[in-house]
Design a protein around this ligand. Structure first.
Ligand code: PNS
Length: 166
């Protein structure tokens, strides 16, 4: 059942690639909000070149979230607050794992608040089974031949195996 408070939320991220941890946050947001727009940033400024193109990252999420009816996925290459305004969203939703996420998210929260005080950021504490899970961790496992297939959707696992020639 989707939320009925009439609000649109944005779940932004690099999603390079999407993991079951991201999908857990997206699903939980979709239960709270009327509509959720997953914003896939085209080129994250603070990170190195992404492994997957924005269209690939978007397709992975589309495939994995196909059964959630009030979720749409879109690539963006603007300020996040502009992307939110474009969708008439007033809330940004992100997952929060361990303490290590806090400092970065705190800064992003302040920057976004300065850019548009009308847009609120909200954080969903990660479900315990995903509290260790990150895209970079999965990529590292893939690079060294570890088994990561229960951490990411099937298409992502295939994409990673292809990239690492396994
Ligand atoms: O999954 P990530 O890498 O933590 O997501 C980062 C994301 C997409 C939230 C961030 O890079 C972003 O918002 N980029 C768009 C530019 C922007 O608005 N930056 C924040 C204020 S300067």
């Amino acid at each position: 059942m989707s939320g009925t408070n009439g609000k649109v939320a944005i779940c932004p991220g690099s999603y390079d690639p999407v993991t079951y941890g991201h999908l857990d946050t997206i699903k939980r947001a979709a239960r709270i909000f009327e509509r959720v727009v997953v914003g896939v940033v085209d080129q994250p400024v603070r990170k190195q070149q992404t492994m997957f193109s924005a269209e690939e990252r978007k397709r992975f999420i589309e495939d994995a979230a196909a059964d959630i009816e009030n979720v749409q996925i879109e690539v963006f290459n603007t300020l996040l607050v502009e992307f939110a305004r474009k969708h008439e969203a007033t809330v940004l939703v992100k997952g929060l794992r361990a303490i290590s996420d806090f400092e970065y998210e705190f800064e992003m929260n302040q920057l976004n608040r300065k850019l548009d005080p009308g847009i609120e950021s909200m954080y969903l504490m990660s479900s315990p089974e995903f509290s260790f899970l990150s895209s970079s961790g999965v990529k590292e496992m893939a690079a060294f031949g570890g088994d990561f297939t229960d951490l990411v959707p099937r298409l992502v696992a295939e994409g990673l195996k292809e990239r690492y020639g396994r």
